[in-house]
Design a protein around this ligand. Structure first.
Ligand code: ACO
Length: 381
């Protein structure tokens, strides 16, 4: 049976768009595997450079080591800093999230160097510069001897992070580096499937990431926590929001029918980072929101997703909330570049069909127009 006949054709639910060796999401069991490892094991024992090496090896079909990635990313950050004035040329009046979009679009191949490292290296440099510009301060040059996570924090804050801060961001970057056929990865693969280059593909991925139903959610999570204010207002605030038909940011997922495994990985990273972050209050909000969602949508399991704890972790690292989505992109760029390469290497042009439900031209004055329902059936079969 055509899978589109049994599911909503509008959201492509359950439709495999590609074969991949990069990551697998099991929504029923709440499991995420990235390049052969469970996400919780990876976040415990692997750096961002390590997971990037696995992803780039999978995407290119050639073994790439962690040390090679570390050197390539350090050099990529330095190249991006040298080109910063050109990269930021179209961004002066733009907020951070939009400024990064314009700057990614200005990236291009740089003679013989791996495009992957140019892209992944550039993102924290641009993000750091945009954050600092919004605060009226100058960009800080990268330090190629630091890890990607530590250097990202250094370029945002203008000071070298301590080990706990660097470890917390590293755990975050690993945890969100890839996640199956999510919307931004799909967008990336669609563009790569046309044989457009990695720069075009990643620009598309970033654009898809910025929406609040995807990577734009963490800033609204903090706004929700701010709006709730204190523990006494949790119940009335959430009940009122749900009765108005609003969505609670940081909850629900297209694939997971149980808790997003990344949520607990990040919760662990937050508790290692610092006692005294807002976790007790956030924990109460989370607990009540899960209960309230169970009551409000008994037929649709809705649980905490990665964005809820992303917001708390990035806030604890003093990253301004306007930069949450760009910092997500710093991590996901590893996955996007690997998927783009894999799609170009092994995939086919991605070209789905649509179910036309609009009017049809009259074939002849004596013939009635073809009925839409008949047409839809014929397209789907
Ligand atoms: N709060 C309240 N209700 C919700 C939520 C939520 N967070 N999520 C889904 N629902 C409801 C929908 O309103 C819908 O109700 P209805 O059947 O009465 O109309 C029902 O649950 C089913 O929702 P769908 O739209 O089918 O769910 P979908 O799979 O499309 O949504 C999504 C997934 C977009 C993530 C959704 O859960 C959502 O909007 N969450 C809030 C935003 C968010 O946290 N985004 C980050 C996702 S993680 C990531 O991308 C990295």
């Amino acid at each position: 049976m055509n899978i589109l006949l049994s599911r909503s054709p509008t959201g492509l639910d359950g439709v495999p768009a590609a074969e991949t060796v990069l990551s697998h999401v099991d929504g029923e069991r709440g499991e995420l595997i990235i390049a052969g490892e469970r996400v919780d094991d990876l976040a415990r024992g692997c750096s961002f450079e390590g997971v990037t090496a696995r992803l780039w090896s999978g995407g290119s079909g050639q073994a790439i080591g962690e040390a090679e990635v570390r050197a390539a990313l350090g050099a990529g950050r330095q190249r991006a800093f040298a080109r910063l004035p050109q990269l930021l040329a179209a961004t002066p009046s733009l907020p951070i999230v939009d400024g990064l979009r314009a700057a990614i679009a200005a990236l291009h191949a740089e003679g013989g160097l791996a495009d992957e490292a140019t892209i992944v290296g550039a993102l924290p440099v641009i993000t750091g510069a945009l954050v600092r510009r919004s605060q009226g301060t100058s960009p800080v040059p990268p330090d190629a001897t630091l890890g990607h996570a530590a250097d990202t924090l250094a370029m945002i804050h203008g000071r070298r992070p301590d080990d706990r801060e660097a470890a917390a961001l590293d755990a975050y970057l690993v945890t969100v580096s890839d996640h199956g056929m999510n919307a931004s990865t799909f967008a990336t693969r669609v563009v790569a499937s046309t044989k457009a280059d990695l720069f075009a593909a990643v620009t598309a991925g970033y654009c898809a990431l910025t929406g609040p139903l995807h990577g734009g959610a963490p800033e609204p999570v903090l706004e929700m926590l701010d709006a709730i204010g204190d523990a006494s207002r949790i119940r009335p605030w959430i009940d009122a929001a749900l009765s108005r038909g609003e969505r609670l940011m940081g909850f629900g997922h297209r694939i997971y029918r149980v808790r997003d495994p990344r949520a607990d990985v990040l919760k662990g990273a937050i508790s290692r980072l610092a006692a005294g972050t807002d976790l007790p209050f956030a924990g109460e909000v989370e607990a009540y929101a899960r209960d309230a969602l169970r009551r409000a949508k008994p037929n649709r399991p809705l649980d905490t997703n990665v964005e809820f704890f992303t917001a708390i972790l990035l806030d604890a690292l003093k990253i301004p909330r306007q930069a949450f989505t760009p910092v997500f992109a710093v991590a996901r760029a590893a996955g996007w570049t690997a998927h783009a390469r894999e799609q170009q290497r092994t995939g086919r042009l991605l070209r789905p069909s649509s179910a036309y439900v609009g009017p049809m031209p009259k074939v002849g004055s004596d013939k009635p127009p073809v009925r839409t329902a008949q047409l839809r059936g014929s397209v789907l079969r």
